[in-house]
Design a protein around this ligand. Sequence first.
Ligand code: AHR
Length: 625
Amino acid sequence: QTAQLNVNASEASGWQIAETLFGIFFEEINHAGSGGLWAELVSNRGFEAGGPNTPSNIDPWSVIGDESSLIVSTDRSSCFSRNKVALRMEVQCDLTGFKTCSASEVGIYNPGYWGMNIEQGKTYKVVFYITSPDSVNISVSFASSDGSQILATTNIIAAASDVSNWTKKEVLLEAKGTNPNSRLQLTTTRKGVIWFDQVSAMPMDTYMGHGFRRELVDMLAGLKPRFFRFPGGCFVEGEWLRNAFRWKETIGPWEERPGHFGDVWMYWTDEGLGYFEYLQLAEDLGALPIWVFNNGISHNDQVNTPTVLPFVQDVLDSIEFARGDPGSKWGSVRAAMGHPEPFNLKYVAIGNEDCRKKNYKGNYLKFYYAIKAAYPDIKIITNCDGSSTPLDHPADLYDFHTYPSAKTMFSMAHQFDHTSRTGPKAFVSEYAVHGNDARNGSLLAALAEAGFLIGLERNSDIIEMASYAPIFLNINDQRWIPDAIVFNSWQQYGTPSYWMQQFFTESSGATLLNTTLQTSSPDSLIASAITWKNTSDDNNYIRIKIVNFGGDTVNLKISVNGLDPDSIGLFGSTKTVLTSNNLMDENSFKEPKKVVPNTSAFPNTGENLDVVLAPHSFTSFDLLK
Ligand code: AHR
């Protein structure tokens, strides 16, 4: 097969793409945050997973010792008023003296989120709260999953008078060994009663010291995201309103956050990763935060528009928290959390996928006008799709979600070709090939998505933002597949879709060049070209991206009209290809780099280039300008 691609190298031939074009959709799904991005090792640290009443669900905490040695229960005696549940441990025999207990030590342990990754030489901060009528001697240890191997340990000894009221204990543990499937143990040899609450174990080494798991943030940073949309997805809505994300419950000291059960993805979150931390992470990534808030609508219940005002006020408070002066009511709470400067919150989305719900438009307008009155510069995103018919309500952007088959995704490169060029811009905040074509994340899916993104670039006069969804999968909670980044307690890899996105990272803010493609297979070949300045080497480049979605090799003639003659023959141009032996190839922990881009030097021989595109491939040429 042959084809011809003409690229007009003159910037005047195209337009500047939005600075915000490519970013990240983050949802608390698949344990993406709790047990993922948030580096907290303890799961259910306040023993509250069963809710505020007792008996509470202490899972995954477990007991060391049998019933003859100790009795563990929950009561509402905690010193934290918003999360009253504490764990009461009654040790029934003194193990140091006459031994009637079956174990040499008894206590409790927490295996974290499918095992804690403890690494030799690294230091971990363990914090917990205790109270007891007696003196205490507690061993704090990291151990292997069966307790047989101790990786780090220390003792906390306190007189009865020191722990007669709730007392915070904090220790640093340096690991003497490595085990990705460790647990945290709190044990004792003494008879008596001890109450525990708010137990935390964090590695000292987190991204920018802000509590995020470094390797996972590094992978996000690899996508050079221009925005960070959070915290969902359906997680924002909840199956029921009572289980939706409520930002005020997620701020302030971590010990005082009640946590909540996310009833869509069916797990408890301790909310160490709360509203403040989301804003902080966006800032750390150099990305604009996009706050998707609950608009009084869940999957199964809705607040009526005349009574939605408390929700509106709550959202105004959230914006004041993010942007308000440190002297303001909610700005002062942010400042007290260590961030006196406002966060750069410029975008909010009113709900998630709620357009067809009965009260959506009514509620939407209440939020819209209240936010615009208080913060006229904030851009507001509606859930209603404006790509084919004009919206019937005011908005700065409209949200667009799609999870089709590979063939449909590739053809959706033309989804926005006929959209009105006036009116609100599109935010394609969730896209991914889903189902059999994608499985856990296939090359086929990545190629189809690449075709779609090329289509978005070609329509970037009306598209302001786009993000793949969902971003993370903890392999132990495969609620939604595929995802871009897969991890367990100690490993991570990118799916082909992750690597595909890296081809597009330079497009945000670049200039789209005019291109024309002559091909007999428009259903399987698509291309775009940009020019941008690479800040790492200070050079200007033209990047030409082509997807060959078909099964035939394509001999492509590329002519770059207006290429600076001085650049011809210069060393520094490259060719990068994403392909594999099999269309359904995936990456895995065993073969994390099976389907990854391959870069080689490319001789830039002139305005006319003859290149060969492998079947089922994505190819990108970076030509030094
Ligand atoms: O990305 C997974 C889910 O898909 C999101 O929670 C929801 O918005 C969409 O339906």
